[in-house]
Ligand binder design. Structure first.
Ligand code: CUA
Length: 414
């Protein structure tokens, strides 16, 4: 910069040498500002943005944020305005007398006491209103979903629907309040689907062995208002694979949700002689079935995720890999490489977190093909809206009161 400025000034008057330098400095500053704005990336998809709420709860939170934000901006503008006036009007000038002191100025004292008090009130009143609004008890017709955090995946149970259990993708109904009843099977996690709103810790149950001990559950009650798939992320550090403890909310119409429940209760069965059927046979005769449940098979394990319809989930391993036969192969072969610390066994020592399965390459391939095939049958097989699906409260735990739904961490209806 200096070299170029000198070059210019050398060709003209001594004074004009300063102008290009200053202009260049301004240009550089502007370019840096532009780059900073570009780097802050105020565009794009942002599937986990709280600024695009899809439930009444999230909209309320977003409204409160906006309210607080604009009050803050007003305070900022006033402070900067006053600061700039003071800097330019009252700065020291040569020969000026010492400044006049304003100690004991009653009007000023009153103004700067009342001003902040008013601002606090403008922020506090809507905040308290929002707290009461979002923490209200669930309505009687709410869909109860038990949320259980595990290292490192999410379990979801539907006590009103015969205790159906699924993992990592929670199905919800557009327009129907949902009462998430949360607890953990191990350490503290935090359940958070930003676009649905509410982030809440999922706490362990230290007194699980005592059936009379009070349950420590947390609730989030919200009503999704748009259909779609909304990703979330465990929001409390919980160990090696905390960053790979993702979740998805699949918000459906009532009819689609009923179709999903129906499909869950009538899982697909591979055609005889197919590679998928071989996979099923291997799954049921090896260690897999000790940890996983697949409805319609003899696999009844409860340590790992329920794999009924796992082929229809968008990801496997709680968001670690997109669902495909190849992903299942990778996961079954070497889970440690995908998710450090996972309890899932690999095919050989060191590939996973438990004694190895010892499955051969072709066996892994067959099991992967079987798992990928676990998706609802063709659309025609999914029942039409209004067909026989257990009504809320008609089956399973029955009573939708959350406290009765939290006793089944290690067992329950499967
Ligand atoms: Cu679970 Cu972080």
């Amino acid at each position: 910069m200096t070299v170029r400025g000198r070059g210019v000034s050398a060709g003209g008057a001594e004074r004009t040498g300063r102008t290009p330098d200053a202009a260049l400095r301004w240009l550089t500053a502007l370019a840096a500002l532009g780059l900073a704005l570009a780097a802050s990336a105020c565009s794009g998809e942002h599937p986990q943005s709280t600024f695009r709420p899809t439930s009444q709860y999230a909209s309320t939170l977003n409204g409160l944020f906006n309210n607080t934000f604009w009050w803050t901006m007003l305070v900022l503008a006033i402070v900067w305005g006053v600061l700039l006036v003071i800097i330019f009007r009252f700065r020291e000038k040569p020969g000026a007398p010492p400044p006049q002191h304003i100690h004991g100025h009653t009007t000023l004292e009153i103004l700067w006491t009342i001003g902040p008090a008013l601002i606090v009130a403008f922020i506090a009143v809507p905040t308290i209103r929002t707290i009461f609004e979002t923490q209200a008890a669930a309505p009687k017709d709410a869909l109860v979903v038990e949320v259980i955090g595990h290292q490192w995946w999410w379990e979801f149970r539907y006590p009103q629907y015969g205790g159906i259990a699924t993992a990592n993708e929670v199905h919800l109904i557009q327009g129907r309040p949902v009462d998430f009843v949360e607890h953990s099977a191990d350490v503290i996690h935090s359940f958070w689907i930003p676009r649905l709103g509410g982030k809440r810790d999922v706490n362990p149950q230290p007194a699980l062995r005592d059936p009379n001990a009070p349950k420590r559950v947390n609730h989030i009650v919200l009503t999704p208002d748009s259909t779609g798939v909304f990703p979330g992320q465990c929001a409390e550090y919980c160990g090696a694979s905390h960053a790979v403890m993702r979740t998805r909310a699949v918000v459906q119409t009532n009819a689609d949700f009923n179709g999903w429940i129906q499909a869950y209760n009538t899982p697909p069965n591979p055609a005889q002689g197919s590679v998928e059927a071989q996979g099923k046979q291997i799954f049921e005769s090896h260690i897999c079935m000790a940890c996983h449940t697949i409805n319609g098979t003899n696999a009844r394990g409860v340590i790992g995720p329920n794999l009924t319809l796992v082929g229809s989930r968008q990801t496997i391993g709680a968001g670690a890999l997109p669902t495909s036969v190849a992903s299942f192969q990778t996961w079954i072969t070497h889970p440690e490489g995908v998710k450090p610390g996972a309890m899932m066994p690999g095919i050989r020592e060191g590939a996973g977190g438990m004694p190895p399965t010892g499955l051969t390459g072709p066996q892994v391939q067959a099991v992967a093909a079987y798992l990928a095939s676990l998706r609802p049958a063709a659309a025609g097989a999914i029942p039409a809206p209004g067909s026989a699906v257990p009504a809320p409260g008609a089956a399973g735990a029955g009573a939708p009161r959350p406290t009765t739904t939290t006793t089944t961490t290690t067992g329950g209806v499967r």
